[in-house]
Design a protein around this ligand. Structure first.
Ligand SMILES: [Zn+2]
Ligand SMILES: [Zn+2]
Length: 839
């Protein structure tokens, strides 16, 4: 019997076979760009089996670009409407992002209304995101065995030998091949190539040498005998006598080099005295040393108050995921953190310790290293890429040296696998919020979600809680533990308000200094103690004005007047950096009647130099801390007591811990209070309390003088009586009345364009769209206080969201308007930035 098979069937079967053979796989990847969607590429069966979510692949994009992209999902769904390209290469053997991490980033993207690509860009060290625009170079001082390289690697290496640094795209051209990213990645893994970047050098503080008398000569008899023997060495005798003189004038340690300078002699004379065992040299024992050998100090036992707080935190954690530790300045919060960290590490879980400004934490890190040895890693955007990548990989592998990570806000992007505790120190600090570019996230709030995903806890600590966090303790969302006494029962500083209106009227002002301030300064300096003066403005004077015609020079690019900087004899714009030489005549009427209004740190510094010519005066603001290590050097100098008076901006308020500050002076509290922002009062309270907290951190009670035109202002009174609760109660009432956070949420939408008309029209259009639905809860469009920066006009629209309104629906609505806006040709040049919780 013969089979008859119809030809149609054969054709059908063939087609099926073809389809089976051609079963295709696809991978959706996230590109590190602001576009919201994922992109689909085709892969083969083996690749599909190998690839996992969180791995990197190099993919072509557009005409000539290459990106490192993150695998999101693998599937077989052919996208319709376009032909998929193949991936270039797989860059990882294991995922570099964990599923939990991606989940966290997806939450961030949705909450802060940005793209996952923007999170990838912000979260990953750029050495893990090689792309066509990346510039690479050969690591110097390398003995490369080309024989050990693959052909491809050797080719790339040789091509690079003749270039100092080169775009990845150019390497593609040189080698005439597409897939160079994986080769470069391999060369980087072998430490032959590196990504070119601005190099941040490490600064190691110099240890200043001091001299003192040895035990032997520290008595009456010993001394007279010594002076006799020194009759034959007049130079040495002179040095010794000078030493006694200095010792009687100051309680501060006497530096070897200072002594040498004062005696106008050479180092050998002092060395001779050291050899004779008259003097001994020593360095002031400081905390900032590298304890890389391992833990060297047992964790301190907590005092009674600390122990109580510690136990309360643990009890609170049984029911709460987040606890706020409200402890006054210098109450020893760090020791409590340390105890908690110890417990969590012992339980085998990771700890993230977030600080607002890593540059200020050398003291802290040294302390933690004493306790936890090399279980600690530090992560910060100012570290070199190599260091950051290494920390990333250590955390990813859950290595023992990355169990405790200390870092600024970006450290919450690290690939933790088992995070048991997040500490947010100084939780009120604005630097936990990223304003630009997207993701515009708040690290404190984001860390709560992060810890929750890991089933871990969050401890926030501060002397001056943000009103949001404080409010959260009131509503029962967070636990609250308070610590009202300073460590060692040191008293809170004595804060005095000085009415400078009154003082001016009675002619009791010398320049910017009231007689009270000068009085206290003289006394404190007489005791050999140091002084910090706070003025929240840099430069010499914020306004230069002609007294004849009233003209004040303005920045041509921004809507602000130029600040006078005396040192450089320049007028500068603090927004765009524009500067011109200071003029003698008015630009409008040519009269020589220019006058300055207001004052900044530079003016205080110059007045100080006249008032206290014999003392060392230094200034800490953006202008003096620009250099690589300028900041650390200033801190070191203050710590070494080489500075008697330090004048500075709010940089001074950030948790610096110095033993010898007898007086803190606030030159003028008023411009803080009158800042046009709904948080101005809260921020003023925080800043002034924090600055005041720098005073008297050891036995002696510190003194604080606040100069103001409004000594009866309620915030200043609350600062002076250290009454946080009263301040919070009043401010929260106001926030409630005027519909501000924490009772309402705020989404700020910022519009920027070079054309004033266009940006007005665009923001109007957008605001109208919002008003159709949200009515009176839409404010603006309105120009911010500085309405034009770098020739871009700015308008803001604010959307207030009551607690009862769905946040998700509101955001969806905003996105729909935003999408419609993006389709309007006329507005195509207008930049729109959406900022959720913009405060
Ligand atoms: Zn004029
Ligand atoms: Zn400008």
């Amino acid at each position: 019997m013969a089979f008859f098979v119809c030809s149609d069937c054969i054709q059908k079967r063939r087609n099926q076979n073809l389809i089976i053979q051609a079963i295709v796989y696809f991978v959706d990847v996230i590109l590190p760009i602001p576009l919201k969607q994922t992109f689909t590429y085709s892969i083969n069966k083996d690749e599909a089996a190998f690839l996992k979510q969180g791995m990197r692949v190099a993919v072509p994009f557009g005409k000539s670009k290459i990106y490192s992209a993150i695998v999101y999902q693998i599937h077989q769904q052919q996208p319709s409407g376009y032909e998929t390209k193949s991936i270039d290469h797989i860059l990882d053997e294991i995922p570099i992002l964990s599923p939990l991490q991606l989940k966290h980033w997806e939450w961030m993207a949705s909450y802060y209304m940005c793209s996952l690509g923007e999170l990838i860009r912000a979260g990953l060290p750029s050495s893990l995101l090689l792309e066509s625009e990346t510039i690479v170079k050969i690591v110097s001082d390398q003995n490369v065995e080309t024989a050990a390289l693959s052909d491809d690697e050797a080719l790339v290496y040789e091509a690079l030998l003749s270039h100092s640094s080169i775009h990845i795209n150019s390497i593609r051209k040189i080698l005439n091949r597409q897939n160079v990213v994986s080769v470069i990645q391999k060369l980087m893994d072998k430490n032959i190539l590196e990504v070119e970047e601005t190099v941040y050098e490490r600064y190691t503080p110099k240890l200043k040498k001091y001299v003192r008398l040895t035990e032997k000569y520290n008595s009456e008899e010993g001394l007279s005998e010594l002076l006799d023997t020194l009759n034959r060495a007049p130079k040495q005798k002179e040095v010794l006598l000078k030493f006694f003189m200095l010792q009687s004038q100051t309680q501060k340690p006497i530096g070897a080099s200072d002594l040498q300078k004062k005696c106008n002699t050479s180092a050998s004379v002092i060395n001779a005295l050291v050899d004779k065992e008259v003097f001994e040299e020593y360095v002031v024992q400081k905390d900032r040393q590298d304890f890389s050998q391992g833990p060297s100090t047992a964790i301190k036992t907590l005092n009674e108050g600390q122990e109580r707080a510690f136990q309360e935190i643990k009890t609170s954690f049984q029911e709460q995921d987040v606890v706020l530790l409200h402890g006054v300045t210098s109450s020893g919060k760090t020791e409590i953190y340390v105890k908690l960290i110890e417990e969590v590490l012992q339980a085998g879980r990771q700890v993230l310790y977030m600080v607002p400004e890593i540059a200020l934490t050398t003291q802290l890190i040294a302390r933690l290293k004493q306790y936890f040895g090399d279980q600690i890693s530090v992560y910060h955007s100012k570290f070199s890429l190599n260091e950051r990548t290494e920390v990333w990989r250590n955390v990813l592998a859950n290595k023992s040296k990355a169990q405790l990570v200390v870092g600024a806000r970006s450290s919450l992007f690290l690939p933790f696998s088992n995070l048991g505790l997040v500490i947010v120190d100084e939780e009120h600090e604005p630097s936990f919020k990223q304003y630009n570019p997207a993701p515009r996230y708040h690290a404190r709030d984001t860390s709560v979600v992060l810890a929750h995903l890991h089933k871990g806890k969050v401890l926030m600590g501060t002397a001056t809680p943000s009103l949001e966090s404080f409010h959260n303790t009131r509503t029962g969302k967070y636990g609250l533990v308070t610590l009202k006494k300073r460590y060692g029962n040191v008293l809170m500083p004595d804060i005095e308000l000085v009415d400078i209106k009154e003082k001016s009227r009675k002619k009791k002002m010398t320049g910017r200094f009231s007689d009270r301030l000068l009085e206290e300064m003289h006394e404190v300096l007489g005791n050999g103690e140091q002084i910090i003066l706070f003025q929240n403005r840099r430069g010499y004077s914020p306004i230069v004005e002609c007294t004849t015609c009233g003209t004040a020079p303005q920045c041509p690019n921004c809507d602000v007047s130029l600040t006078y900087h005396q040192g450089k004899s320049q007028l500068r714009c603090h927004y765009c950096g524009y500067h011109i030489a200071m003029m003698r005549n008015c630009i409008a009427c040519k009269s020589e009647t220019l006058d300055t209004k207001g004052f900044g740190t530079e003016q205080i510094e110059s007045e100080l130099k006249t008032l206290f010519p014999k003392h060392n005066i230094a200034r800490m603001d953006q202008d003096t801390t620009r250099g690589k290590h300028a900041y650390s050097k200033l801190i070191d100098a203050l710590e070494n007591e080489e500075i008697d008076i330090l004048v500075g901006t709010q940089m001074l308020a950030k948790g610096l811990d110095f033993r010898n500050i007898g007086l803190v002076g606030v030159m003028n509290a008023d411009n803080l209070l009158h800042f046009p922002d709904f948080r101005a009062h809260e921020r003023s309270y925080q800043l002034l309390s924090q600055v005041s907290g720098r005073a008297g951190r050891t036995e002696k009670r510190g003194k604080v003088l606040i100069q103001t035109y409004n000594p009866y202002h309620q915030i200043l009174k609350q600062v002076s009586t250290n009454d946080y609760e009263e301040m919070a109660k009043e401010q929260l009432e106001e926030r409630y009345q005027f519909k501000y956070p924490p009772f309402y949420r705020i989404i700020k939408i910022e519009f920027k364009d070079r054309n004033l008309n266009r940006v007005q029209k665009a923001s109007q259009w957008f605001a109208q769209g919002l008003k159709n639905s949200f009515k009176e809860h839409v404010l603006g469009p309105e120009q911010p206080p500085v309405g034009r920066i770098r020739n871009q006009y700015i308008y803001n629209v604010m959307l207030k969201i009551p607690a009862s309104q769905s946040l998700k629906k509101t955001k969806d609505y905003v996105m729909r308007i935003s999408d419609r806006f993006a389709a309007i040709k006329e507005f195509s040049s207008v930049r729109v930035n959406i900022d959720v919780d913009s405060y």
